[in-house]
Ligand binder design. Sequence first.
Ligand SMILES: [Mn+2]
Length: 429
Amino acid sequence: MFKAVDIDIINSKNKKMKNELEIEYDYLKGKLDKKNIKIDEVKEKIKQFQVALPTWGVGTGGTRFARFPGIGEPQNIFEKIEDCAVINDLIGITQKVSPHFPWDNVNDFNELKNFADSFGIGFDVVNSNTFQDNLNDNLSFKYGSLTNSDQAIREKAIQVNIEAIENGKILDSKGITVWVGDGGNFPGQISFSKSLERYVSSMKKIYDSLPSDWTIYLEHKPYEPAFYSTVISDWGTSYFCAQELGDQAMCLVDLGHHLPNTNIEMIVSRLIDAKKLGGFHFNDSKFGDDDLDSGSINPYELFLIFNELTSANLKGKLKNIAYMIDQSHNVTDPIESLISSADEIALNYAKSLLVDYEELDHYQDNNDPIKCMQILKDAFKTDVSPIISYARYEKNNAIDPLSVYRSLNYKQKKSEVRKKNEGNSSGIV
Ligand SMILES: [Mn+2]
């Protein structure tokens, strides 16, 4: 910790802001006291909350039309770790990164682990990529990977996943997320039935390679890159496959992987009751898998998702949920987007902790929709930012991380030492 950002800079900025923060915190404490909510307990939960950063998220993203590289962009996994460490030194709730293989492949994974350790950064769930071709052979993923009609190509896709697990073991990861872009662009192009059967059969081979303390996360998505049908298109298919695989297989909900207006919070509840909710990819969207910053479009949806999680947690129904950000930052400095997104996620988690679930239960059972709606709205409308800022202050992180980050002139300095990325091709990384 505090190798990427000088702690003296954080402390001196905090010193100037502390009085104002205490006034705001005490004011909120007074308001919450009246509702019998103990502000310090909420703050302690926020201090323990963690959400993982995606290594691909610190590079400038792009659309399928173009990419506009930023200055001082990280060019390899080591530089990505450095950027993630800047974020974590400032906000303290992002101690782990989630790598993507083979994008983040290195020759020596022990060296990578030691490097990350020196920044106080650990490794969360690993991700496998079989949605593009990475090796110069004739086995292409153009027509699918784990579900390809050619067994040799399926075996190659399985191998990519097994290698990701092997890399993750050295990095002390405890899970792998599998998302496949497999599907069809035309009616009749693929057999729905055969492709699902091949998926399950391929996944069973990957599942058999899992260490006993690992989880495999299945990520669904309705469309893109395939635009007519996708093999793991929705939570129902994901749940079916996770059941087929066994106890170590769980479903992962990427907020952007749903059609517009889908009730994602209800899907969350269903998966909790089915004991198959494993993790999240946080982002926001307006139309599709837009990969916009968490809470930037529909913060109320984010709150309602945490509302389901917190309510289930109080009933003892929740365990080991892997929280991760999965966004593409096309027009912002990715570091700024990730600071703001992690903040938004923590804010909405904190708001869910203000809900009196016994009271909500009471009004639900007594068919009082207005009171039910108001209970949730009251929590959502409460400005809990002093809690988040105070939690950061007590962990020696920045009260106002964005202003500290901007004062560092970090990307400008990095642009003088990092190799310039001339690439402006499309694609997410
Ligand atoms: Mn995702």
